[in-house]
Design a protein around this ligand. Sequence first.
Ligand code: GUN
Length: 293
Amino acid sequence: MSANIIDGKAIAQKIRDQVATDVAAMQLEHGITPGLATVLVGEDTASATYVRMKRKACEETGIRSIAHEPSADITQAELETLVRSLNDDPAVNGILVQLPLPDHINTNRIIDLIAPEKDVDGFGVTNMGLLSMKGRDPNFVACTPSGVMVLLEEIGAQVSGADAVVLGRSNIVGIPVAMLLQRANATVTIAHSRTKDLASHLKKADIVVAAVGRAEMVTGEMLKPGAVVIDVGINRKDDPTRKRGYRLVGDVEYDSAAEVAGWITPVPGGVGPMTIAMLMRNTLHAAQMMLRD
Ligand code: GUN
């Protein structure tokens, strides 16, 4: 079998186009432009790249991007003051504090200070708590997990009643994606570094979401034939044939998995582009919620 490839780049573009259309309509009908505040602390190169991509996506979708770039020696109190001022600013609909923050900053306190109605990353305790409760709905769901669900929807995957294995239990991906799958009526197993027999769990899984950050740890022989495989991992693998000396690979060994799976996301070009598209959608949603209040 050769798996169908899930084109995350094309699906993400479709979402961004829809957001751009809805932003233009909001400006026309209400004279309001959604605003996303990005907070990038210090000079971490990877974080700076991500924030630049997020700001570019704002520009392309018509969302106002408000950048704050405090230096790495900002104090806890100063950063809290900045977040409070963004909470109080009516031109700011969404607040994104890029992680990781420097070691001297208490990250949980910063994240939980973001107003739940502006927490477009969905990382705060209020939104995570609401996501985990039956009969309750969060204001926002974290962008990568909600992007995974959109990919499943786009390919028409049968989630209800499916056996799903989520590999990894991070607050940013593993836990929220497991909760989303469970809310969509899948039977969910969260596997992690202490799982006794990973292969036996994977072998039964109709849906696999790999988010552990270990290069190519899931191989084709572990998978159930026809499974839907969503690879969230982005890992560097040495490759002397490349100019930069490495290439990007997922948590899934693509070639062997594609022989067995029914559907698979490539790395790059699978889940990655979805994260930013969902952030744009969440920011639009934040502005829509504010209009309704
Ligand atoms: N660092 C890595 N991923 C993310 C993300 O989705 N949001 C934020 N704020 N920081 C991150």
